[in-house]
Ligand binder design. Structure first.
Ligand code: NAP
Length: 323
């Protein structure tokens, strides 16, 4: 299906908004891109990067005449933004978003959508820990899933157009119910982020291990948690404020399973530990087989050979050997 919109309005132009602007332009999916954001500095940066054609601090102005409007701001800002743009949405337009939670978005935004506008919430499951207009790149969505949660009464033709838009930017697309999306993402994304924030926070607060030791000896495990824990604080605050029920449900299950693991460690139950680790290794294998990550060692990081330093004297801290 060929896809073409005459005016795409992006409300918020950070990592996701700028990546959509670059991908949509590169693939020739839109004629005009109008960009609205909150702060003048961000708008100036977007203009310098040449991300769009029209730049404004007024979201209502940005959506006038747009046949596709995508909210790309933190989810906590959606209610006020939807109230501001609602009366100015064009009849026949598609209104979508990229928020990491969906039921809350349906509730907050849905009430401001006028008749004749198709509201199709979305969530590209693609991202990095970087933020802002300069963080975007056109390939961000290539080979990644985008979930759409069409609301009741939306014409199938409009959903098909939006599916085609995301496919043209390289995404694989699946439609599902908003509540189901929130449950799936709670375990695959939100709880892992909560764990990363917690473990990095705990390490930071340890008194017996200094901060410089945590940084110096960060082996693969901790280092990979720090990448996740560097994700945007505002975006993730909003995720936990707006997907509370699903997160608490999954957190409950997680804590039960953690207690079982704690007991296995305390009892020295090797077979139980090995059985779980074997099962989880198979899950990693299936993620690689599905093309959602690289099988290269160390998550595909380049390994330049660092210069070999002079042997350093051994310092005795008086503790055990953790190497
Ligand atoms: P980002 O890089 O931090 O950019 C956020 C943008 O929203 C900026 O242009 C910011 O403008 C604007 N904004 C912030 N508060 C606003 C407000 N109150 N009113 C109007 N605009 C406001 O964020 P992002 O990573 O692109 O995330 C945007 C959305 O994508 C979020 O809803 C997030 O859940 C979703 N998402 C993110 C990822 C990811 O990995 N990052 C992945 C999938 C989905 P100013 O700079 O002018 O304040």
């Amino acid at each position: 299906m060929s896809v073409h919109f005459k005016k795409l309005a992006l409300i918020g132009i950070g990592l996701i908004g700028s990546s959509i602007a670059l991908a949509a332009r590169r693939q020739g999916l839109v004629e005009v891109i109008s960009i609205a954001t909150r702060r003048q500095e961000t708008l100036d940066e977007a203009r310098e990067l040449g991300l769009g054609d029209i730049y404004t601090l007024d979201a209502a102005e940005a959506v006038r005449g747009a046949d596709l409007v995508i909210l790309c701001a933190p989810v906590g800002a959606y209610g006020a933004l939807a109230a501001a743009i609602g009366p100015h949405l064009e009849k026949g337009a598609i209104l979508s978003d990229v928020g990491s939670v969906k039921e809350h978005v349906v509730r907050q935004v849905g009430q401001h959508v006028p008749p004749g506008v198709s509201f199709i919430p979305g969530h590209p499951i693609a991202g990095t820990e970087h933020s802002g207009p300069s963080a975007g790149f056109a390939e961000l969505f290539a080979g990644r899933w985008c979930v759409l949660t069409p609301t009741e009464g939306v014409a199938q033709a409009d959903t098909d157009r939006l599916v085609a838009f995301w496919r043209a930017m390289g995404s694989m697309v699946e439609c599902m119910d908003a509540a189901h999306h929130d449950m799936v993402l709670a375990i695959t994304s939100h709880i892992p982020h909560l764990i990363a924030y917690n473990i990095v926070g705990t390490a930071d607060e340890l008194e017996t291990v200094t901060k410089s030791e945590v940084i110096k000896f960060s082996a693969g495990g901790f280092r990979d948690f720090t990448r996740i824990a560097a994700s945007d604080p505002v975006m993730w605050r909003d995720v936990f404020l707006t997907n509370r029920d699903a997160v608490l449900e999954m957190l409950g299950r997680f804590l039960e399973d953690l207690s079982v693991l704690q007991r296995a460690v305390r009892m020295g139950d090797g077979p139980a530990l090995e059985a779980l680790f074997t099962r989880t290794r198979a899950i990693r294998r299936s993620i690689i087989d599905a093309g959602q990550d690289s099988a290269a060692p160390d998550f595909g990081r380049p390994h330049e050979q660092p210069p070999i330093p002079e042997p350093a004297p051994v310092r005795d801290h008086g503790g055990g050997d953790d190497a």
